[in-house]
Design a protein around this ligand. Structure first.
Ligand code: PEP
Ligand code: MG
Length: 390
């Protein structure tokens, strides 16, 4: 037996064979020094994850964390460990290769106990009423990277979908067709699910897209957004939806988006295709957006505060930073969050905090005390955040 120590990113216990990203991950432990985003999005049915280095604020971290399987970071067992049997103890932070029979039995017993623990955690979480220190209810919603995470989120007590990162529905090859997108948006659970318009970024490029951020795509590739808007409008005929525009910094961008949306609605009407209610909202991901929230509110019915990008653009530190400077708990980020919550409440608009600050379970009560009345977090964290506010 050989042992390595790592940092627990998602607690749990897993047994399997260590394999590379790209191999069949089902029932195995996928291991790599660094995952690309495409590799992280392609992991399906893995028993566990082992990484050498994953910056906590990165999109790769958001995707791997949302899988909810045991994950250890900071290990260097590549490539020699591939093909070996392994026990991933993401409770004490230890990876064992070629485990003996006793180690395997102990891991199986621990994994069974953890599975029972998850059922009772969810049950307790569904019974509490998450609330702020002043007694006001706080909604706990789900951030989804794909639809397969929806049932786990609901089982943990999610009251709906606070954010669908629609760009993650795209494989590395192509943006899904209008029909495929319509089906996906129709399938979202809960009242008024929030679908974010395609949001490309440096570490999440979109296939065939110029490297521009969020809503800025409207100026150079309106055709890509037209397909998505048509799909959202078609889905809204069956269920009212919220459409959230990413990386907005001015009300003019929201007006331009509204115009394109109306053009799509008219085209669908001419084709005899029914459409329904689609409420527009804006991501708050830059200090500019937070500080001009009032003018954005002229065009936005609700706001999602993306704390990952807000941290990056407030502190001037890349989300991939590994030097410890990337800190969503920084006082400047918290003051902007409190300001946004206060302004939104004064204007009677919903505001939901998502991203790493919302997913920091230890911050849930503090955010509620700052005036935040909705948090959107990955499916595995939903019961934990509910209990922290219960
Ligand atoms: C964020 O910035 O916090 C957010 C939720 O958006 P994304 O992580 O997809 O950039
Ligand atoms: Mg963002």
């Amino acid at each position: 037996m050989k042992h390595w120590a790592g940092t627990v990113r998602t607690p749990g216990m897993a047994l399997g064979t260590l394999c590379e990203p790209g191999q069949d991950a089902r029932g195995n432990i996928v291991a790599a020094q660094e995952f690309t985003l495409a590799q992280a999005l392609a992991v399906e049915g893995a028993a566990g994850i082992v990484t050498g280095h994953t910056p906590p604020g990165s999109h790769v971290a958001a995707v791997l964390g949302a899988l909810g399987v045991p994950w250890l970071d900071g290990l260097c067992v590549f490539p020699d460990g591939y093909g070996h049997a392994a026990v991933l103890d993401a409770l004490s932070g230890r990876l064992t290769l070629d485990p003996d029979e006793t180690c395997v039995q102990n891991a199986r017993t621990a994994a069974r106990a953890l599975a029972g623990g998850l059922a009772s955690l969810r049950e307790r979480a569904c019974r509490v009423r998450p609330s702020a220190p002043d007694g006001a209810p706080v909604k706990v919603l789900a951030t989804l990277n794909d639809l397969s995470q929806a049932s786990a989120a609901l089982a943990g007590g999610a009251e709906g979908v606070g954010l669908l990162r629609s760009e993650f529905l795209c494989g590395s090859e192509a943006i899904p067709s209008e029909d495929a997108q319509t089906w996906a948006y129709r399938s979202l659970p809960g009242p008024w699910p929030v679908v974010r318009l395609l949001d490309a970024a440096g570490d999440k490029p979109l296939p065939g897209c110029p490297p521009v951020r969020g809503i800025r795509l409207l100026a150079c590739r309106p055709d890509l957004l037209r397909t998505q808007m048509r799909a959202l409008l078609r889905a809204s005929a069956e269920k009212p939806l919220r459409i959230c525009y990413p990386f907005v910094t001015s009300p003019q961008e929201l007006r331009d988006a509204r115009q394109l949306l109306e053009t799509c609605r008219e085209a669908l009407a001419r084709e005899g295709v029914p459409t329904g209610r689609l409420e527009p909202g804006a991501m708050l991901e830059t200090p500019a957006a937070v500080l001009t929230l009032r003018s954005l509110a002229e065009e936005a019915s609700f706001f999602c505060l993306g704390s990952g990008d807000l941290t990056q653009h407030t502190l001037g530190v890349d989300r991939g930073d590994a030097g410890g400077l990337y800190d969503p708990r920084h006082p400047a980020v918290l003051r902007l969050t409190a300001l946004a919550a206060r302004e939104a409440r004064r204007l009677g608009k919903d505001l939901c905090v998502c991203g790493p600050l919302a997913e920091d379970v230890g911050m849930a009560r503090r955010l509620a005390a700052l005036g935040v009345r909705a948090l959107s977090v990955s499916a595995p964290l939903v019961p934990h955040v509910r209990l922290a506010l219960g």
